[in-house]
Design a binder for this molecule. Structure first.
Ligand code: ADP
Length: 276
């Protein structure tokens, strides 16, 4: 595996009006491997969004270095290359719509990239196919459900063929069905297309899908490891005001009652397979 994103001793301070500097990231180092699926969790204000905004140079570190595929974010001449490689999806689906039809919305980003018109139609179709919206290509985006709007936002990014997708609480404003649709889409992008994913979420169940969970606390990484390690019971997530998802919690209880459940079991279907 090779690194796609590297943060070395990154510090970030938001300027504040009262001469007090707010350090949102403190000497944070992190390597994201190409093809990896990272879930970023942590209490409100722990620095998750600030970190995400460093990954495509929306924010620049006040200390330390962020590199994307070898390009340093603080160098202005690298910014174009960085933004082509790392696409961002935000929380509010309505803020990300720019056109009056679904396919025009996907095409918009490609126009900005200067992609030829003949190539564009193919890329738009492919991207809509990947997120399952091809049949709605002529629809008006504002009439879509929340989950469909977020999948449209993902299609707009995917059409640009990024290497990495950074999603900042993309399911926070969705109903359970929309959340499931978006989560399945994110997983497919990672598993089938090999796109690196950094997914910020406050739904702990969603973090179970990742290869690695990064737990943030007060601008630093408090814990990092595969979901089985983070949710296995050895880490006090409640101290950070985070929950342990239901199935890992149930497994901890069953183990404490003497039931022999193998390591690595995290999801409901896996548990059912063992119990039945
Ligand atoms: P999270 O995404 O984990 O909720 P944030 O990255 O949004 O955390 O915030 C980290 C810290 O930076 C918090 O203390 C927050 O109040 C502060 N912060 C975030 N955005 C701004 C801003 N625009 N100006 C000043 N401080 C900010």
């Amino acid at each position: 595996m090779s690194a796609i994103i590297e943060l070395q001793n990154v510090t970030f301070e938001y300027p504040s009006g009262d001469n007090r500097q707010t350090k949102a990231l403190k000497n944070l180092s992190l390597t994201v491997e190409e093809g990896e699926y990272i879930a970023l969790i942590g209490p409100n204000g722990s620095g998750k969004s600030t970190l995400a905004r460093h990954l495509n140079a929306i924010l620049l570190p006040t200390g330390g270095i962020v590199t994307v595929d070898g390009f340093v974010t603080t160098q202005e001449e690298h910014r174009w290359e960085i933004r082509r490689r790392v696409g961002m999806v935000f929380q509010n689906p309505d803020n990300q719509i720019v056109a009056t039809t679904v396919e025009e919305d996907v095409a918009f980003g490609l126009e900005n990239l200067g992609i030829e018109t003949s190539m564009m139609a193919q890329r738009v179709t492919e991207a809509l196919e990947m997120v399952g919206l091809r049949s709605l290509r002529n629809h008006a985006p504002h009439l879509l459900s929340g989950g469909q709007k977020q999948r449209l936002a993902i299609a707009g990014i995917i059409a640009m063929r990024p290497r990495c997708l950074v999603l900042d609480e993309p399911t926070a404003m969705l109903d359970p069905r929309g959340r499931r649709e978006v989560l399945e889409t994110i997983k497919r992008m990672n598993h089938q297309e090999g796109i690196t994913v950094v997914h910020i979420t406050h739904f702990m169940e969603e973090a179970l899908e990742a290869d690695r969970v990064i737990v943030m606390d007060r601008g630093q990484i408090a814990h990092a490891g595969p979901p089985a390690e983070i949710f296995g019971g050895d880490i006090d997530l409640y101290a950070l005001n985070l929950e342990v998802p239901a199935i890992p919690r149930l497994i901890q209880l069953l183990r404490s009652q003497g039931m022999d459940i193998p390591a690595g079991v995290l999801k409901v279907d896996e548990l059912v397979n063992i119990l039945c």
